[in-house]
Design a protein around this ligand. Structure first.
Ligand SMILES: *[C@@H]1O[C@H](CO)[C@@H](O)[C@H](O)[C@H]1NC(C)=O
Ligand SMILES: *[C@@H]1O[C@H](CO)[C@@H](O)[C@H](O)[C@H]1NC(C)=O
Ligand SMILES: *[C@@H]1O[C@H](CO)[C@@H](O)[C@H](O)[C@H]1NC(C)=O
Ligand SMILES: *[C@@H]1O[C@H](CO)[C@@H](O)[C@H](O)[C@H]1NC(C)=O
Ligand SMILES: *[C@@H]1O[C@H](CO)[C@@H](O)[C@H](O)[C@H]1NC(C)=O
Length: 384
């Protein structure tokens, strides 16, 4: 579903296309024979020849200027120097889900799903969202053996909206399995794509090929610039009108999502959003930087400027981050089928899942035992 958007109008090389003027004995375009004398003496050139020479010089100068501008852009890179962060919000403990609205409308991405409200999700019967003092769980119903109009699942949206910050997600377990479309992301759903979307963790079906971190924006946001990241570029144009809203994605290694991540004890995803750019890191549990406290009672703020190269880097070089991203809520959900996970080219061809996606959802309740998000905490730090 991704095309490589690699068109660089910028890569033309300008060179003079006009050589020296023609030999003096040729007939110029005014039909007159050139006077005797050196071809190289401008006094002997016709008006047309002079105009041609001026045009050639202009083309060469324009080429030098354009080349310099392109060269500057290719080498330019924002200044991500340290910001003084302080802890603003901690989402943890038994009250974890109190900070969210439960989305209950039709799925905007056409999933075979019923997003339930907090009463159903929190009920003893379904128990789809559950928070203890140590962690929070969000999952898909595994009890309905005939979910013929779509299976129960959950999509939560933080009541609070943000305009920048350092977001630290301590993840114990990521959901996976045929038909699932799992995401932990930021957006302003009522003002999309104008206010942007930041997909921090997203994967579909068995999700064995790693996390995809992606931005979706209104027009004029491209990542065809210098970046410092370990992930693989999938697409460079973040504009939602490009490639059927594929966004500008960056893919992590297989260890960054799914069963591989879960068996390694989970880890921390961190996202820094500031005017200079948006960067996303993944740290497996065994290699969390020492300046990220895992104990939520410790309010010390981490310093991303000391961390290794991020998985994904979206600098502001050719995308005005401040105007493309505003009023973002934190959203987590597990969709089922829908425009990504359920597309035949993905569900069947790429991910080798059986039959029809909707049949799988309706009839395979026990398959959703692996469709579980579990978080220790989410923390948000802001800079003064
Ligand atoms: C809900 O799920 C949690 C976590 O799996 C579990 O500890 C708890 O006992 C469940 N509650 C009910 C009523 O089944
Ligand atoms: C992109 O966003 C515009 C504006 O909301 C919308 O009209 C259009 O349908 C979107 N395109 C896609 C492919 O989502
Ligand atoms: C809080 O966390 C920081 C960073 O991990 C650590 O250096 C500091 O010692 C911790 N403070 C306490 C009181 O544990
Ligand atoms: C952001 O939200 C605030 C408060 O609801 C609102 O006043 C403002 O217009 C919003 N800004 C944008 C760009 O949507
Ligand atoms: C249920 O899952 C099993 C194992 O993946 C699969 O073989 C079977 O085809 C699935 N059933 C449906 C109705 O999709």
């Amino acid at each position: 579903m991704y095309q490589n958007v690699n068109t660089r109008e910028t890569e033309m090389i300008y060179s003079p296309t006009h050589g020296p003027p023609p030999p003096y004995d040729s007939i110029d375009s005014l039909g007159k024979t050139a006077p005797n004398g050196s071809t190289w003496n401008p006094k002997n050139w016709s008006k047309v020849t002079i105009l041609c020479v001026i045009a050639a010089v202009v083309v060469v100068i324009a080429g030098i200027i354009v080349g310099a501008v392109i060269g500057t852009r290719e080498n330019s890179y924002p200044d991500y120097s340290a910001l003084a962060y302080t802890l603003e919000d901690t989402y943890s403990g038994t009250g974890f889900f109190d900070n969210f609205d439960y989305f209950t409308g039709y799925d905007p991405t056409s999933g075979f799903v019923h997003y339930v409200d907090s009463e159903v999700a929190d009920s003893q019967q379904y128990n789809l969202t559950y928070a203890s003092s140590s962690s929070a769980i969000l999952r898909v119903d595994t009890t309905d053996t005939d979910a013929s109009t779509g299976r129960y699942s959950v999509r939560i949206t933080s009541k609070k909206q943000y305009n920048s910050g350092l977001f630290v997600f301590d993840i114990v377990n990521t959901p996976y399995g045929c038909s699932t479309w799992n995401a932990l992301w930021l957006s302003d759903p009522n003002n999309w794509p104008t206010n942007g979307e930041i997909d921090i963790v997203e994967a579909v079906n068995q999700a064995t090929s790693g996390n995809q971190a992606t931005l979706h924006t209104a027009s004029d946001c491209k990542m065809n610039v210098k970046r410092k990241q370990t992930g693989t570029v999938l697409s460079k144009n973040c504009y939602n009108g490009t490639d059927n809203n594929a966004g500008c994605g960056v893919q992590g290694a297989p260890s960054t999502y799914g069963q591989a991540l879960n068996t390694a004890g989970g880890g921390i995803y961190a996202m820094e959003w500031r005017p200079e750019g948006i960067r996303i890191w993944f740290f497996p549990r065994a290699s969390i930087p020492s300046d990220i406290p895992t104990d939520v009672s410790n309010t010390t703020a981490p310093d991303p400027s000391t961390w290794p190269t991020p998985l994904a880097d979206f600098p502001n070089t050719n995308c005005d981050i401040s105007s493309h991203f505003r009023n973002q809520s934190i959203i987590a959900n597990i969709d089922l089928c829908g425009t990504w996970a359920g597309a035949t080219s993905v569900y069947s061809d790429e991910d080798h899942c059986p039959g029809l996606c909707s049949d799988f959802v309706a009839g395979n309740n026990t398959a959703f035992e692996t469709a579980v998000w579990q978080w220790n905490s989410w923390r948000v730090y802001t800079a003064a």
